[in-house]
Structure formats: structure tokens, C-alpha cells
Design a protein around this ligand. Structure first.
Ligand SMILES: Nc1ncnc2c1ncn2[C@@H]1O[C@H](COP(=O)(O)OP(=O)(O)O)[C@@H](O)[C@H]1O
Ligand SMILES: [Mg+2]
Length: 373
């Protein structure tokens, strides 16, 4: 898929923007704080209905304005697509796909598939487990609406169970009602765990391959789903269900004491290893970057596998973080992927881009120059 046109009104520091995008490569170049990331952010919003930088739509609206408007038009395997969003200061956003209003944000997911790679992604490796869980959840939700529903439902039930646990501390009689919540938690939780294991298996195979290619066969990357619930290699849903249920029952006293649910997929993590060493602790910065790059490129392939076409890729400020070999590998891998790159100066690209494209020079919320590469 690709996006061919982008229109913005009162989005971040743009009054008005109307651009034709190249179907292969688009480079946004400009000094800091000129509006490069804002453009990628607006594209991201058309894919996910919200930003990767903030949960507050208000921040996306140009200062002192009531509404921000974004429209992206593009092509998918099955035809044309247009997405329009209106973000308001004091009411809910409106979203339309191909002119038809959506009632729920979840209906938007999958209309435009987007993968983003930014320095933040290094957090995926170095940050805490919650970063990695968010990564897994986002990636699976992206191509699987049922998963999105299951994880949302799980989180809702979790919240209710946690509230109940806090109340039980004051009123022991309430303990009788916990079974209903346990059952629901285990039901959704089992689906979540199963799907995550499946996804990580795929991601592991692909990223291992990518990583071997980037390092010319020198390193073996391995990623594993680390669950606090005992799950054997076959990971049958029935077994996950039983195991999770038993754990919940076993930990009930502890849960009441702590006032929250201490076991379940909301406590799981992703282990990332090179040659059997945990790279979060032992990996060099180079290894961590290579691993992050391998994961991202695998993500693109997984989406391709699931939906039958490549997503679009946003590369925000990552070129300067990658050395010449990694840049080469990245660009070579993206032949069929519409790519959006932000850079502050051209020398950040250390390689000739044998890909056609457009370069947009950005200054203070407008495009001041537009050339072919
Ligand atoms: N809601 C907003 N209204 C007006 N300007 C904004 C808003 N949000 C951010 N900006 C401005 O956008 C600029 C940052 O844009 P960004 O795309 O992140 O820069 P960069 O080119 O470094 O990627 C800053 O000048 C900031 O003041
Ligand atoms: Mg930026």
C-alpha cells in the first residue's frame, strides 16, 4: 500500500499543508523543531487514530485553534483509500474512511498499516517490560482485531478485579464474588497469551534471519516470550487456561495483601538474547540497535504475511543512529515499502539511495522546497 496525498489543516505547527507523496521514498529534511516529525505523526494518526507521542488529541491541534484536520489518500491492494480525521478541542474526534463515518476507533485499525521506527524503539530493548508488552500488543492488534478486543477486555476485567481486591481487604465477604472475575480474566488472558506466543515465534524466526544478515552471520539473535505462568512447549490453550487459573487461586492471599493482581499476561515480558546472553544487560549499543532494526524489519514482513501487502514505514531520526552497513541493509530491505524518512542534514544518509523518491525541505511548519532525488 502507499499514501499518495496528505493534507493537513491546523495540525501541530502546520496551518495548511497539501502534498503529493512519492510511492517509494519521501525524505523530510530540516533543522530541529521545524515540523518533520509532525508530518510522520499525522500519517501515523491516520493509521491508528492517535499519536505515538501523546494520548492527548488536544496537543495535535495547532495552538489557539479548535480543530485539526488530516486527510490521507492512497492505494491498497483492493483499491483506493481515503482517511479523514477531525480532532476537536472539546469533543470527540471524527474519523471517516472513504467518506463514511466510523463509530469506533477500532474500525479504523487496518485501513492503513503503518510501522514506525524511531530512537524510541531502542527503549524496546533497554526499557522496562511494559514497553515490550506495549510493542507486542500493538503489533498483534494491528493485524488482528480479535486480539485487540481480547487485550482491551482483559485490561478492563483486570481493573475490576484489582478494585475488588482492594475492597476485599476491608470486607472479607466480597471474596465470594471473585470467581466471576477470575473466570473472565483467565478466559481473555488465555487468548492473549496464546496469540502472543504464536506471534513471538514468528517474530523470532524472522528477526533471527535479519540479524544474521546484518551481522554477516556473526550473531544469533533469539527472542522468547517470558510468562509468569507456567506454560509448556506445546502451549495448548486448555493448558494455558488451567495453569493461569491455578496460579490465580494460589496467589489470592498475596493479591489481596498487595491490592492488585500479581499474575497474568500483564506481567509477562519478552526476552532478547544474542548468543544466549541477555542483550538488555550484556549487549553493546551496536548489538541493541541491530536487534531493534531486525525486529522492525521482521514486523514489516509479518504484516505482509498477514494482510498480503506491505505496510508503510516511518523512519523518524533513525538514519543518524545507524552506521553505513545498517543503513545499507535497511534501504536494501525496503525496496517494496513506501518509506518516510526524517533527517536534519543530507550527510546523515551515508549511502546512495538507489530508490526513486522525493525530498521535502521543511522550515517552520511549511515545505519550502520539493525535489526529486
Ligand atoms: N499544537 C501545536 N501548535 C503549534 N505548534 C506546535 C504544536 N505542537 C508542536 N508544535 C511545534 O512543532 C515543532 C516541533 O515539530 P517536530 O515535527 O517535532 O520537529 P522536528 O522537525 O524536529 O521533527 C516545534 O516548533 C513545536 O513548537
Ligand atoms: Mg523530529
Amino acid at each position: 500500500m502507499f499514501i499518495s496525498k496528505l493534507k493537513l489543516i491546523n495540525f501541530r505547527n502546520y496551518n495548511k499543508l497539501d502534498i503529493i507523496l512519492h510511492d517509494k521514498l519521501n525524505i523530510f529534511i530540516g533543522n530541529n523543531a521545524q515540523g518533520k516529525t509532525n508530518i510522520l505523526e499525522s500519517l501515523y494518526v491516520t493509521g491508528f487514530g492517535k499519536s505515538f507521542r501523546t494520548n492527548k488529541d488536544k496537543e495535535l491541534i495547532k495552538m489557539n485553534k479548535d480543530m485539526a484536520y488530516i486527510k490521507a489518500e492512497g492505494k491498497k491492494r483492493y483499491g483506493e483509500i481515503s482517511i479523514e480525521l477531525r480532532l476537536w478541542n472539546n469533543r470527540n474526534k471524527e474519523i471517516k474512511t472513504n467518506g463514511i463515518s466510523l463509530t469506533k476507533l477500532s474500525e479504523l485499525l487496518g485501513s492503513i498499516n503503518i510501522v514506525i521506527f524511531s530512537p524510541e524503539d531502542l527503549k524496546l530493548i533497554k526499557g522496562g517490560p511494559s514497553e515490550r508488552r506495549r510493542f507486542i500488543d500493538r503489533e498483534i492488534s494491528h493485524v488482528n482485531k480479535k486480539y485487540y478486543y481480547n487485550i482491551m477486555s482483559y485490561n478492563k476485567v483486570l481493573l475490576q478485579r484489582n478494585n475488588l481486591l482492594k475492597n476485599i481487604a476491608y470486607n472479607k465477604k466480597l471474596l465470594k464474588t471473585i470467581d466471576i472475575w477470575n473466570e473472565k480474566l483467565v478466559e481473555y488472558g488465555t487468548e492473549v497469551i496464546f496469540k502472543r506466543i504464536e506471534f513471538i515465534k514468528k517474530l523470532n524466526m524472522l528477526s533471527r534471519l535479519m540479524n544474521r544478515r546484518i551481522t554477516e552471520g556473526k550473531e544469533n539473535l533469539e527472542i522468547k516470550y517470558l510468562s509468569n505462568i507456567k506454560i509448556d512447549k506445546k502451549y495448548k490453550t486448555q493448558d494455558i487456561y488451567e495453569s493461569f487459573k491455578q496460579m490465580l487461586e494460589k496467589k489470592i492471599d498475596n493479591d489481596i495483601k498487595r491490592g492488585f493482581t500479581t499474575v497474568g499476561p500483564h506481567k509477562d515480558d519478552l526476552g532478547i538474547y544474542i548468543d544466549n546472553k541477555d542483550i538488555r544487560i550484556f549487549g553493546s549499543q551496536g548489538q541493541q540497535r541491530t536487534a531493534a532494526l531486525s525486529l522492525k524489519l521482521s514486523e514489516i514482513e509479518i504484516i505482509k504475511g498477514e494482510i498480503g501487502e506491505y505496510p508503510i514505514l516511518l523512519l523518524d531520526d533513525v538514519m543518524s543512529e545507524l552506521d553505513i552497513n545498517r543503513q545499507k541493509f535497511l534501504i536494501k530491505s525496503l525496496k517494496n515499502v513506501q518509506t518516510f524518512i526524517t533527517i536534519t542534514e543530507l550527510p546523515e544518509l551515508m549511502i546512495p539511495l538507489d530508490k526513486e523518491g522525493s525530498i521535502f525541505k521543511i522550515s517552520n511548519g511549511s515545505i519550502v522546497q520539493n525535489n526529486d532525488i
